[in-house]
Design a binder for this molecule. Sequence first.
Ligand SMILES: Cc1ncc(COP(=O)(O)O)c(C=O)c1O
Length: 432
Amino acid sequence: MSESNRRKFLQRAGIFSATTFLASLTQPAWSRNLDSAIKNAESISPDELASEEDFWYYIQQSFTVSPSLINLNNGGVSPAPKTVQDAMKRYYDYCNEAPSYYMWRILDQGREPLRKNLAKLAGCSPEEIAINRNSSEGLETIIFGLQLKAGDEVVATLQDYPNMINAYKQREMRDGIKMKWISLELPSEDEEYMVRQFVNAFTSKTKVVHITHVINWNGQILPVKKIAQEAHKRGIEVVVDGAHSFAHFDFKIPELDADYFAASLHKWLYAPIGSGLLYVRKEKIKNIYPLFATSENPLKDDIRKFENLGTRPMFIEQAIGKAIEFHEMIGSERKEKRLHYLKNYWMEKVKDIPKVKLNTSMNPKYGCAIGNVLVEGRKPGELDSFLLDKYKVHTVGIVWENINGVRVTPNVYTTTKNLDVLVEGITAFVKS
Ligand SMILES: Cc1ncc(COP(=O)(O)O)c(C=O)c1O
């Protein structure tokens, strides 16, 4: 953003203007400033806005994150904005006034509107969305619900998430299905290579392919649609692990051509911890057995059959609605551009330091917020501890299959000043 545009942005965002005076009587300062920042952002392209620190500073003020710890492990789970936290606590308080009444007669009425709002965000029909607690639950519902028999083959990668790997191994042990594990050399910007690894593993016995949309270890985005199309040509069903992709970057679930897709909403949607969604393509619902048995026919064609969890924290579920509002306030494209900008900001600054190896692509097609860095000759855990002990920067050391490095995941509340501290820490570590 040019200096004159920047001044205009700040002037228009003026916190003491007469028009904001009335609002000031009822709204806290951070929220008033955010309102004007959002209005002013409308005239700026998402690309330009990505580096507008003042705007993102107001976004930061909607969170309650600690100023004394720089949290760069948002890949694990994200904090929720204050509006989401407040809604969850408010609903919890209602529930405790008379749980069976407020949960089952009042809050539960919010389930169908929430399904609609989630479906709108996902770009599919509400009849294809089940609301649950996390990606593990969504994916295991599918992995255990698929009608596979002994000898049927499933293709998946060694870089998939451990819960999913374990679920398939359990089916292998129990039902005699056969797993075909492939190993990907990452990072990769070679779409052909990635698609070929999957296709080469397909045989006439392959019934299912499991694809992780964003590999959590290093942030690699896989070409899901291309792999899914190859699978469908061969009559193979497609399960997509969207734990890290949903609400992280801008896409709609049906564009992926997946049959099944699950996400954790406590990651990139910033919903309360313990919230998730499962998408099942409409015509596939009737083939899947739910993990928790349902009344009447378990093979009925109703997505709600996957929500038979028993008593659950409805205050968490209902606060998802507030997270959708927050997400829409920022806007998918702006969020994606900012997250990508932050990842490349620190990577650009460390990439030429001797011994520093980046394990993540800087191309937006193959990576977004998540980055992974290795200092050659040193263990990832050493850098992780160094950053925490000396700089109060929280990251996570990754040693998994062929991926070694420290994973760094900024978020919309991360500032470039925070990332400068990270860069200083990595530079000092290399010299230590
Ligand atoms: C790729 C991937 N899949 C699945 C999961 C499981 O998510 P949850 O613990 O929310 O069920 C994670 C969690 O980090 C993940 O990164």
